[in-house]
Design a protein around this ligand. Structure first.
Ligand code: NAD
Length: 259
């Protein structure tokens, strides 16, 4: 039997990068999908790619802003209306934000990044946990970052938000383990998604691939991670195979966070 047969998996940021790679992976293993993103075109693209591989996949696409609690409530309710339950939740949508020294870091920018990356993850957990507690089962994977477990510099908003995601994961994992619900976070290093490509283009312009080599030279493996490598990990963490992993943060960074 396929690992995600009859399982409903809800993914935010499903229109690009890590969310899309995870959607493709769990769909290949039989999942029913509810994909959330602000970017409708990205969602349609993910659906198209899945249907090319799994022609009979069931996929709901929901446009929502994860930083707006009413829209979060609505995407959770819409998933329940369509599929009746939520077995796995990849709480992943996020932005990188601008880089700057702390004293020059715009307060508006700080609030914007925290609003999406931290408040958005909190709202998602809050409303999905009500469903999972009632079900007596479920797995949540929050997307933190290497920047959520160590300092990287010039990223006050991002660092605060991702350290916050780690805190939420540990706190709620301890609360909900008793209800059969496990909560974990991943801490990716540099993974070559559209988000990272965008920052490299800002840094290096046309020579962005050179800027990329410089960027990964700090990594023990001297390369970017691939989105599908994250997809394999998140699929495992969402599956029943990872049911006893709880309140844990799993790095996927080529060793960068231990250097
Ligand atoms: P990405 O830009 O490719 O994908 C992010 C998706 O989230 C996009 O489709 C975007 O439209 C969506 N999104 C952004 N703000 C949203 C909002 N307010 N509401 C709904 N959707 C929204 O980026 P990615 O690299 O796949 O990033 C996914 C997550 O992984 C983010 O939380 C990011 O911080 C984290 N992360 C990425 C890396 C990396 O190297 N790529 C490293 C560490 C952590």
């Amino acid at each position: 039997m396929e690992r995600f047969q009859d399982k409903v998996i809800l993914i935010t940021g499903g229109g690009s990068g890590l969310g899309k790679a995870t959607a493709l992976q769990v769909a290949k293993e039989g999942a029913i999908l509810s994909l959330v993103d602000l970017n409708e075109q990205g969602l349609e693209e993910t659906k198209k790619e899945i249907l090319e591989i799994v022609p009979n996949a069931k996929i709901a696409l929901i446009k929502a802003n994860v930083a707006n609690e009413e829209e979060v409530k609505a995407y959770v309710q819409e998933t329940i209306n369509q599929f009746g339950k939520i077995d796995g939740f990849f709480n992943n949508a996020g932005i990188e934000g601008k880089q700057n020294l702390t004293e020059d870091f715009g307060s508006d920018e700080f609030e914007k990044v925290v609003d999406i990356n931290l408040n958005g993850v909190f709202y998602g957990m809050k409303h999905v946990l009500k469903v999972m507690k009632e079900q007596g089962s479920g797995s949540i994977v929050n997307t933190a970052s290497v920047g959520g477990i160590r300092g990287v510099g010039n990223q006050s908003g991002y660092a605060a938000s991702k350290h916050g995601v780690v805190g939420l994961t540990r706190n709620s994992g301890i609360e909900y383990g008793q209800y059969g619900v496990s909560i974990k976070a991943i801490a990716p290093g540099a993974i070559l998604t559209p988000m990272v490509e965008g920052s490299l283009k800002q840094m290096g312009g046309e020579n962005w691939e050179e800027a990329g080599k410089e960027f990964v030279s700090v990594n023990p493996m001297k390369r970017f991670g691939k989105p599908e490598e994250v997809g394999y990990l998140v699929a495992f963490l969402l599956s029943d195979h990872a049911g006893f992993i709880n309140a844990a943060v799993v790095p996927i960074d080529g060793g960068q966070s231990y250097k």
